[in-house]
Design a protein around this ligand. Sequence first.
Ligand code: AMP
Length: 221
Amino acid sequence: MRCILIGLPGSGKGTQAGILAAKFGIAHVSTGDMMRAAIQSGSDLGSRARKQVESGELVSDAIIIGLVNNRIREPDCRGGFVMDGFPRTLEQAVALRAARIHVDYVIELDVSERDVIERMSGRRVHPASGRVYHVKFNPSRATDTDDVTGEPLVQRPDDREDVIRVRIGTYNSRTVPIISYYIDWERSGDPQAPHFVKVNGQGSVAGVRERLSAAVSEVEA
Ligand code: AMP
């Protein structure tokens, strides 16, 4: 199982990618988490990317493509992966195809911009593990505390409303074009093309998980 999740920031990609990874025993590859880890570690790459990540802009294609090319060759990706946050530009999608990394499914999680703003402003994360909660839709057992470690949860700087609006604009101009790229590729009849599936991403985490599983098994059947 090798798949890509596409959707507005805050569409639930990270949460659903974690669920898919656990269900299929595959790696969860989140370029956003990789960028945040690089920033936190104070690495050279992290300091070059900090400004873009915190202001809601995209990091350069060259940096991201290099990171993903290395990540995908690590042993835990051999049995499959779910990519969350990559590709995010046409250039990245083209680079992935050129690297001949086969992908089974491209799944678009469809949500409205209004919903995304509500979801993101209530989002809380556990920085060390990347676990994601929501104060209303997926609360931790104790307020602002990670269920597994008991450590504090935080709000990411890019989950502030002004930054969210920049990120939505970036998604519409840079990421939406890759949807027709994948639809056209599948229509071309190329057996290497991934299946494109659009899933309604509104509502509860459990509801979206069910629709996602059904969509994937429908294509498999
Ligand atoms: P995310 O958590 O996936 O929303 O990613 C957080 C931030 O990391 C984004 O707003 C970008 O600044 C950067 N980033 C993550 N993935 C990519 C990507 N594929 N291309 C460019 N920038 C990215």
